[in-house]
Design a protein around this ligand. Structure first.
Ligand SMILES: [Zn+2]
Length: 74
């Protein structure tokens, strides 16, 4: 009857798409010292990181400090 809410089902297609998108924009982002492009990040130039952990996170995810704060709820 109701197939609007199916939280246990994930779409592998969309997951792969997001991973690809994040991976590609991350390369560009790191080269330009920018946050990854929206909708994942904000695409703004990277300024400062609070600590080494945040800097490491940028290398992994390509997210600036502000986006990391949003994402990790700090
Ligand atoms: Zn950002």
């Amino acid at each position: 009857m109701d197939n609007t809410f199916t939280p246990t089902k994930k779409s592998p297609g969309i997951e792969a798409f997001i991973t690809t998108l994040a991976g590609e924009s991350r390369h560009t982002a790191a080269a330009e010292r920018r946050c990854v492009a929206p909708p994942i990040g904000c695409g703004k130039p990277v300024t400062e990181f609070r600590d080494e952990r945040s800097r490491q996170e940028y290398r992994i995810s390509g997210l600036c400090q502000a986006c990391q704060d949003l994402l990790f709820g700090e």
